[in-house]
Ligand binder design. Structure first.
Ligand code: TXA
Ligand code: MG
Length: 333
C-alpha cells in the first residue's frame, strides 16, 4: 500500500470516512485511527500493527455530544472526570454502546473513550464526525510513536496515510481509569496522575497488577511486553557506583552496553549513553522517553541498562513504562 505522508486534515477525514486507517497526532502519542463503527475498518488496525485481537482499543471523540454513539451510560463520577480532564490525557472506561463492534473492545461489554487535547486531533475528529478508535501508531511491542517519523519507521506501506502534527507534548499514553467499578480503578498510569484524579472524585484504586506482574491483568494491554528496543533491557536499582560496576562487568564480558540516564547522571561511561531529561523535570523525561528507547536500536547494543527515575506523580507512569520495556527484569544492588 502507498502511504501518504503529506495529508491535510480534510484528506485524513475523507480517508477515515472511507474506512481507511490513518495515523494522527495527539498530545500523548500518535494514534492509528479507524472508524469505530466499522468492523472492517477496525480489522485493518489490528493487521497493520500486528496487535493481538484480545487487546481492546480506545475510542476518540471530538466533543461530549458524540458520547452517546460510544457509551450507553455515564455515571456522575465519570461526568466529573470528563469536566475536569477533557480534552486531555484521560481514557474513561464505561459500558459500551451497541453500535460499537466487538473487535473494538475485544468482546468486552465496556469501552474506553477520550477527547484528546491536540488541536490537530480535535479538528480531525470534528471534521470526520465519527468516533475514531485508535491505539498507539506503532508495531505491537515497539515503543509508542511520539513523532511522525516513528510512525513512518513502523508502519510505512501498511497504512493509508500519516497526518504530521510535530512532536507529541506529553510523550506517554493517557491514564486509563475504569469507571464501571466502585471505586474507579486506574488500569494504566499516564498523563493525569492519581493525585490529580483523587482531588476531583476522591479515593481511587490502582490495579494490583501494576505492582505485581504475576497477578491477573485487569486491562488486557497490561499483559504484553511493550515499548522494547531490540537489545535486552534491565532496570538497575542501587547506588551510582553499583550502576557503573554493572556496566563495567558487561563490557569486560565483551558486551556493547547502552544506558538511559537522567541528565544528573550524564557522567556514567558506556558504549552508548542516552540522556532522558532531568529528575527535576519529569515532563521532559516523559516527552523524550520513547524516542530514546527507539534510538538505542541505531547502536547495535548487546544490553541496555536503565537508571532509576523518580516514581512519584508523572514518575509513576514513567516507571511503569520502564518496567514494561524491561519485561520487569531488575538488577538490584
Ligand atoms: O494516549 C493514548 O491513550 C493513546 C492515544 C493514541 O490516544 N492510545 C493508546 O492506545 O495508548 P493503546 O491501544 O496503545 O492502549 C489502550 C489501553 C490498553 O492497555 C487496553 O488494554 C486498555 O487501554 N483498554 C482499552 N479498552 C479497555 C476496556 N474496555 N477495558 C479495559 N482496558 C481497556
Ligand atoms: Mg500502545
Amino acid at each position: 500500500m502507498d502511504t501518504r505522508f503529506d495529508l491535510t486534515i480534510e484528506e485524513a477525514a475523507a480517508l477515515l470516512s472511507a474506512g481507511e486507517v490513518v495515523a494522527f497526532p495527539t498530545e500523548t502519542v500518535y494514534g492509528l485511527g479507524a472508524d469505530a463503527t466499522s468492523e472492517t475498518a477496525i480489522a485493518k488496525i489490528f493487521t497493520a500493527k500486528g496487535r493481538p485481537s484480545d487487546n481492546p482499543l480506545i475510542v476518540h471523540i471530538g466533543s461530549t455530544e458524540q458520547l452517546s454513539q460510544v457509551v450507553s451510560e455515564i455515571s456522575d463520577t465519570a461526568r466529573q472526570l470528563m469536566d475536569a480532564f477533557w480534552p486531555g490525557p484521560l481514557t474513561i472506561i464505561l459500558p459500551k454502546q451497541a453500535g460499537i463492534p466487538e473487535n473494538v473492545t475485544a468482546g468486552l461489554s465496556s469501552v474506553g473513550v477520550r477527547i484528546p487535547a491536540h488541536p490537530v486531533a480535535l479538528s480531525l475528529l470534528q471534521a470526520v464526525k465519527l468516533p475514531i478508535a485508535a491505539p498507539s501508531a506503532n508495531v505491537s511491542g515497539r515503543p509508542s510513536p511520539t513523532q511522525a517519523r516513528h510512525v513512518t519507521e513502523d508502519l510505512s506501506g501498511k497504512i493509508a496515510g500519516i497526518l504530521d502534527g510535530g512532536a507529541a507534548d506529553i510523550g506517554l499514553e493517557s491514564t486509563v481509569i475504569d469507571c464501571t467499578s466502585t471505586p474507579p480503578m486506574i488500569l494504566r498510569p499516564g498523563g493525569v496522575t492519581q493525585a490529580e484524579i483523587e482531588a476531583v472524585i476522591g479515593t481511587v484504586h490502582m490495579a494490583v497488577s501494576l505492582q505485581d506482574p504475576e497477578s491477573a491483568p485487569k486491562s488486557p494491554g497490561m499483559k504484553y511486553t511493550h515499548y522494547a528496543p531490540h537489545a535486552p533491557l534491565f532496570q538497575v536499582r542501587g547506588s551510582d557506583a553499583f550502576f557503573q560496576r554493572v556496566i563495567a562487568e558487561a563490557q569486560v564480558a565483551g558486551r556493547r552496553v547502552g544506558i538511559l540516564v537522567p541528565a544528573e547522571q550524564r557522567d556514567h561511561r558506556a558504549d552508548c549513553v542516552l540522556i532522558c531529561g532531568s529528575t527535576k523535570d519529569l515532563a521532559a523525561v516523559s516527552k523524550r522517553l520513547y524516542d530514546a528507547l527507539r534510538e538505542f536500536d541505531q547502536h547495535e547494543l548487546d544490553v541496555i541498562y536503565l537508571a532509576p527515575f523518580y516514581a512519584e506523580d508523572l514518575g509513576e507512569a514513567i516507571t511503569n513504562r520502564l518496567q514494561k520495556a524491561s519485561g520487569h527484569r531488575v538488577i538490584e544492588e
